[in-house]
Each structure stands twice: as structure tokens, then as C-alpha cells.
Design a protein around this ligand. Structure first.
Ligand SMILES: Nc1c(C(=O)O)ncn1[C@@H]1O[C@H](COP(=O)(O)O)[C@@H](O)[C@H]1O
Length: 168
């Protein structure tokens, strides 16, 4: 999905195709908010040269936020943050062996000086990474701000409309 000039604003990257089940929730939410974005598999471990190139070229291509999802030894978000000054949001993917705790700790424990904004493990983190991206873009792109405000209003209405959990 691209903006009017064809350039995506958010890069959604993940360490493996197997992360798509989680990261599709980020892409779906960006699409719902009308945020131009691209989706790529990039791995610090398996495609290190591509990772460096992606991070280095991202600002000139028009990207303004990178969302990086990875599982296990999740070095991808931190390495992207090391190579670009763009804001990097990290989504810990739920791993089989350790339930995502390994992913979370790998992403969140960055040394001072190279920040990664770390979200929750799994689907909630992927959705919130999209919402945070929209929040970061909203003043430069008022139409994204309007979509975000509408999303939140609808979410509130959905809860208020069904106050009794016993009623389906
Ligand atoms: N954590 C990373 C990185 C990275 O950090 O660069 N590259 C792949 N992976 C992770 O390996 C897990 C298993 O990958 P496979 O399913 O392909 O074996 C995935 O969750 C991926 O994010």
C-alpha cells in the first residue's frame, strides 16, 4: 500500500515468513488507518547485508517509522535501530521454546543510546505498533490523525454499546 506519491511511510519488517501470522495484524491495522506501508522479510542473522541496506536506504525512500517483528534471539529491531535514526518499534513474536519471553528480552534490553520502542508479545504488540506509528505520523499527515481518532472512537463505542458481558 503506497501514499499519493507512491512512497510507503511505514516499513513492516520481520525476521522470517513464519512471523507473518503475528505481523499481519500490524499490516491490517495500518491498512485500516490508511497508512501507506510496505512489508518485507529481513533478517539480521540470515540476510545481514540486506538489513544494512534496508536501514540505510529507508529515510531516502520516504519511510518515517520501521516496525520490526522477530522471535527468539530477536536482534532485528536492535540492529535496524543501530543503522538508522528513524524510530524503530519492536514486536516480540511468540516463540515456541520460551513463549516469547526470549523475544521480549532480546528486544527490550537495548543499551542506552540506541532505543527500540518495545511493544507487547504477539498480536497486541503488532496492533499497537501500527497505532503508535499512526500517532507518530498524525501531525505531518492529518488524514492519518483523523483515521486514528475515528478508530479510537469506534473502539470506545464498541465497549459502551455492550456493557453486560452476559448478553451476547
Ligand atoms: N529473530 C530472528 C531474526 C533476526 O533477529 O534477525 N531473523 C530470524 N529470526 C527469527 O527466527 C524465528 C524462527 O524463524 P523460522 O521460522 O524461519 O525458523 C522467527 O521468529 C524469526 O523472527
Amino acid at each position: 500500500m503506497s501514499g499519493s506519491d507512491g512512497a510507503p511511510l511505514v516499513g513492516v519488517v520481520m525476521g522470517s515468513r513464519s512471523d507473518w501470522e503475528t505481523m499481519q495484524h500490524c499490516a491490517d491495522t495500518l491498512a485500516r488507518l490508511g497508512v501507506p506501508h510496505e512489508v518485507r522479510v529481513v533478517s539480521a542473522h540470515r540476510t545481514p547485508d540486506l538489513l544494512f541496506r534496508y536501514a540505510e536506504e529507508a529515510p531516502a525512500r520516504g519511510l518515517r517509522v520501521i516496525v520490526a517483528g522477530a522471535g527468539g534471539a530477536a536482534h532485528l529491531p536492535g540492529m535496524l535501530a543501530a543503522k538508522t535514526a528513524l524510530p524503530v518499534l519492536g514486536v516480540p513474536v511468540q516463540s515456541h521454546a520460551l513463549n516469547g519471553l526470549d523475544s521480549l528480552l532480546s528486544i527490550v534490553q537495548m543499551p542506552a543510546g540506541i532505543p527500540v520502542g518495545t511493544l507487547a508479545i504477539g498480536r497486541a504488540g503488532a496492533i499497537n505498533a501500527a497505532l503508535l506509528s499512526a500517532a507518530m505520523l498524525q501531525y505531518a499527515h492529518p488524514e492519518i490523525g483523523a483515521a486514528l481518532a475515528q478508530f479510537r472512537a469506534e473502539q470506545t463505542d464498541t465497549v459502551l454499546d455492550r456493557p453486560d458481558p452476559r448478553v451476547p
